[in-house]
Ligand binder design. Structure first.
Ligand SMILES: Cc1cc2nc3c(=O)[nH]c(=O)nc-3n(C[C@H](O)[C@H](O)[C@H](O)COP(=O)(O)O)c2cc1C
Length: 212
């Protein structure tokens, strides 16, 4: 294995100020559509960075299930490690790594729980076994064997054998309200294009080109 010799010249696309919509959410919508059209695996997967009260950062992948001018929404367990971090420090960073398009989008902002009604609406759209899975897993807790989890899943499946599976109190969505959104497009010779939107006020964003 020789990692030193692994290098790729990014040359498929470019990005100029004139290509950008004044509204970063509209720009993000364009790029998300292109990511979906490219048939890449999980275009709505993003890295979510949080930091705990000591400043220790941590990182994991989650799926965004919607976005608009209010923010980007993902769903998770409200007792998980990430949820504990967000409770003490709502500041988060998100990253979409769209390598087939030689693109990256990095967002910073703050996360807040969505309403129970919004979480319920999405929960009811999930496959029944995923709903049961949300009841079975105490996300981020240590267990001794996989069979503990499988037993819990079977228990919950039996418990909710009839009727709708209720929304667990410990499960729901967060909305990340962006404050900066950076669009990165790979270019030849590592002279990449980077543009960062910075929120000045509600509908007013400044766009700056950054050095690669
Ligand atoms: C492709 C992919 C998608 C994922 N989507 C989610 C998700 O939407 N919500 C979630 O809670 N975990 C999701 N996970 C699992 C998380 O990465 C993580 O393991 C879990 O949320 C526990 O994180 P925490 O212990 O840092 O809170 C996903 C993992 C992968 C690889």
């Amino acid at each position: 294995m020789n990692l030193e010799d692994m290098r790729r010249n990014y040359a498929a696309r470019s990005l100029d100020l004139t290509d950008l919509n004044a509204d970063p959410l509209v720009q993000f919508d364009h790029w998300m559509r292109e990511a979906i059209e490219s048939q890449m695996l999980e275009p709505n997967a993003m890295s979510l960075a949080t930091a705990n009260e000591t400043g220790q950062p941590s990182l994991r992948t989650v799926l965004i299930k919607g976005f608009d001018h209010c923010g980007l929404v993902f769903f998770t367990n409200y007792s998980s490690a990430k949820a504990r971090d967000i409770k003490t420090n709502p500041r988060v960073a998100l990253m979409f790594t769209w390598l087939p398009l030689e693109r990256q989008v990095v967002i910073t902002g703050a996360a807040a729980k969505i309403t129970t009604a919004e979480s319920l609406k999405y929960f009811l759209s999930r496959p029944r076994d995923s709903q049961i899975g949300a009841w079975a897993s105490r996300q981020s807790e240590v267990i001794s064997t996989r069979s503990v989890l499988e037993t819990k899943f079977a228990e919950m499946k039996a418990k909710f054998v009839r009727g709708e599976v209720p929304l667990p109190d410990h499960w729901g969505g967060y909305r990340v309200v962006p404050e900066t959104i950076e669009f990165w497009q790979g270019r030849p010779n590592r002279i990449h294009d980077r543009f960062r939107y910075r929120k000045e006020s509600d509908a007013n964003w400044t766009i700056e080109r950054l050095m690669p």
